[in-house]
Design a protein around this ligand. Sequence first.
Ligand code: CAA
Length: 247
Amino acid sequence: MQQRLAVVTGGMGGLGETISTKMAGAGYRVVVTYSPSNTKYRAWLEEMKGRGHSFSAYPVDVVNYDDCARKCAQIQGECGPIDILVNNAGITRDMTFKKMTKAAWDEVMRTNLDSCFNMTKQVMDGMIERGWGRVVNVSSVNGQKGAFGQTNYSAAKAGIHGFTKALALEVARKNVTVNTISPGYIGTQMVTAIPKEILDSKILPQIPLGRLGKPAEVAGLIIYLCSEEAAFVTGANISINGGQHMY
Ligand code: CAA
């Protein structure tokens, strides 16, 4: 059987890079999408080649429905049917609600939540027709419990799980699973950009494991959810947060 084709949005980013390389290592053909504003994509592809990975990469504006439609059609034309979609692309625009601008609200909602619709819409009919598919939506502990300075991000990330549950119901009988993962604070640039005193005084003390998570730990969970063995897991929201939030 041909190796399954996985698309990872934001596949060159902090978490995305590890998801892409670990999925490739697990035997998937991986297409990474990156933001059209990313000018360093060639250097990234070269670096990956040096590490033994030759990825196909496409600039996709996940905020723009028509661009997602065009690029997913191009990917499927050039690489084959998309079996797995990892909706990983996401941004933060942290500020307290008092300072929250409409632009910061809209940008986060569109990039983190609308993107799940824009991308999943392009691949779901094919998954249903072929009777197999995996969608993994990357949410956050902060969508489960809220976070100081993240009304926009927490709302978008909570919204992702509503999307997951409703879609999982609709496509379950076609052997397409849809799941959410909710990582806690993982050692990526998104987290290391938090002011150090806030990280040390407010965040790390809340994590029983006493450390940030590793991107590879999150990638391992995604690989499990994409596997044959995970066929009975759908509509789930799996926490991976070092014990920071249990429910
Ligand atoms: N809990 C409680 N109080 C907090 C707090 C927190 N997490 N963060 C800040 N405060 C307090 C500050 O101590 C300060 O208190 P005082 O006025 O008594 O000194 C007050 O709130 C205002 O804080 P700032 O001066 O920092 O206000 P600011 O407007 O300059 O910045 C902020 C606010 C942008 C929210 C900043 O505190 C910040 O960046 N916090 C981190 C937000 C965060 O956790 N983001 C997660 C990013 S990683 C991610 O999102 C990945 C994921 O999925 C987990």
